[in-house]
Write a protein that binds this ligand. Structure first.
Ligand code: G3I
Length: 332
C-alpha cells in the first residue's frame, strides 16, 4: 500500500515508465503502473525492427496495444523511436541486391516510415523521440558515423523532424540522447538544436536519457546541461530514460545484494535529482524511468550482473529511493 508517485508530482511534471509487452499483459504490473505513473514509453516495441517485418510490411499489433492501453487509461504515451542506428533492420539501408541505398532512396524510405508510424498514432502520442543518439562527441563534427550519416550526411536529421511534424502536427518532437553531461557532447547537441531551430525545423524538445550511476555524473553536472538547454527559447526538456546503476561504467565491482549504505546513497541522489527537476519545472515537463522494477532493468541484461537502478524491487516494494521521492525526512 504505497503512496502514489504520480500524485506526489502532479503539480510538477508527468512521471513515466518504460515498459515491455510482458508488463502490458500482466494485471499486477498494469495495476501498479496505473497507480504510480501517468505516462508510458514502449521500451522496444515501436522501434523500426519491432514494427517492420520487411520493406513496406508493418505489424502494429503490439505497438497498438500500448497506445490502446494509454488511451483507455488516460495516460500519456511517448513514442520511441523513429530514427536510430540501433534496432533498425539491416535491410532498411540496402536494396534487394544487398547494396547500400543512395541518399535519395534512403530518405524516401525514411519519409515513408515516419509517415506510416506517426500518422497511425496521430493525436495519441504526446512526444516522439524522432532522432535518437545521433551525436558522437569523438567525431570532429560531432555526428555519429551511422548508416544514416554515412549515406545521407546530417540532412536526415532535419528531414525526420519535418516529416514527423507533417504526419502529426500536434506531437512534440524530441531529439533524445545519453551522456548529455559530457561537455563536448552537450555543446554539439546544443549547437545542432540551435541551428535546426534557426532554420525553422520543427523540433520542440530535447530528451535527456539520464542513464546515470550512483557516482557519475554529479547532480551539478546534470544541472549544467539543463541550464544550457533551457536557454534555447521555447525548447522543452524531458527526462526520458532515467535509471541509476550501482556501478561506475566499466567497473568490475559486483554486488550480489544491495547494501543498506548503497540504497541510502542512491536515495539521496534521487532526492537531489528530483529537487533539481522541480527547480526547472517550467521547462521539464516529464520524467520517465527506464523500467518498472530492478529485476527487469535493461542493465541486468546487458551487463549480466545484479543491479538496482530503479525505485522498486522485485516484490513491488518501494526502495529507499522511492521513499526519498515521497518524503525524504522519513529516511535515516
Ligand atoms: O526479444 C528477444 C528474446 O526473444 C531473446 O530471447 C533475447 C535474447 O537476447 O533477446 C530479446 O531481445 C532483447 C530486447 O532488448 C528485448 O528484451 C535484445 O536482445 C536486447 O538487445 C534489447 O535491448 C534493448 C536495448 O535498448 C537495445 O538497444 C533494451 O531492452 C532497451 O531497454 C534498450 O533501450 C535503449 C533505448 O532504446 C535508447 N537509449 C538507451 C536504452 C538502453 O540501452
Amino acid at each position: 500500500n504505497l503512496p502514489s508517485l504520480k500524485e506526489k508530482y502532479k503539480e510538477d511534471f508527468k512521471v513515466g515508465v518504460a515498459i515491455g509487452y510482458g508488463e502490458l499483459i500482466s494485471d499486477i504490473d498494469t495495476q501498479f503502473i496505473k497507480k504510480h505513473f501517468n505516462s508510458i514509453t514502449p521500451g522496444n516495441e515501436m522501434k523500426p525492427e519491432s514494427v517492420l517485418k520487411g520493406p513496406n510490411n508493418y505489424d502494429f499489433t503490439i505497438a497498438d496495444a500500448f497506445v490502446d492501453f494509454a488511451t483507455k487509461n488516460k495516460m500519456g504515451i511517448r513514442g520511441h523511436t523513429l530514427v536510430w542506428h540501433n534496432q533498425t533492420p539491416d535491410w532498411f539501408f540496402k536494396d534487394e541486391n544487398g547494396n547500400f541505398l543512395k541518399k535519395d532512396e534512403l530518405l524516401k524510405r525514411l519519409k515513408n516510415h515516419i509517415y506510416t508510424v506517426v500518422s497511425r498514432y496521430k493525436g495519441k502520442i504526446y512526444a516522439w523521440d524522432v532522432v535518437n543518439e545521433a551525436i558522437d562527441e569523438t567525431q570532429p563534427d560531432g555526428y555519429r558515423r551511422s548508416n544514416w550519416y554515412n549515406i545521407c550526411g546530417p540532412e536526415y536529421i532535419e528531414k525526420a523532424f519535418i516529416w514527423a511534424h507533417e504526419a502529426d502536427p500536434q506531437a512534440k518532437l524530441f531529439y533524445n540522447d545519453y551522456n548529455t553531461e559530457i561537455p563536448q557532447k552537450r555543446m554539439f547537441i546544443y549547437n545542432m538544436i540551435k541551428n535546426l531551430k534557426a532554420k525553422g525545423v520543427p523540433i520542440h524538445g530535447i530528451g535527456l536519457q539520464c542513464h546515470i550511476n550512483i557516482d557519475n555524473p554529479s547532480v551539478e553536472d546534470i544541472e549544467e546541461t539543463i541550464k544550457l538547454f533551457s536557454t534555447i527559447p521555447g525548447l522543452e526538456i524531458q527526462i526520458t530514460e532515467l535509471d541509476m546503476s550501482f556501478y561506475q561504467w566499466g567497473s568490475s565491482v559486483y554486488y550480489a545484494e544491495p547494501s543498506r549504505e548503497m540504497l541510502l546513497k542512491q536515495a539521496k541522489k534521487y532526492y537531489e535529482l528530483f529537487n533539481l527537476f522541480k527547480k526547472y519545472k517550467n521547462v521539464i515537463k516529464s520524467v520517465t524511468f527506464w523500467g518498472l522494477k530492478d529485476d527487469n532493468s535493461w542493465l541486468r541484461g546487458v551487463f549480466n550482473k545484479p543491479d538496482f537502478p530503479l525505485l522498486f524491487d522485485e516484490h513491488y516494494d518501494g526502495k529507499p529511493a522511492f521513499w526519498a521521492l515521497i518524503d525524504y525526512s522519513i529516511l535515516p
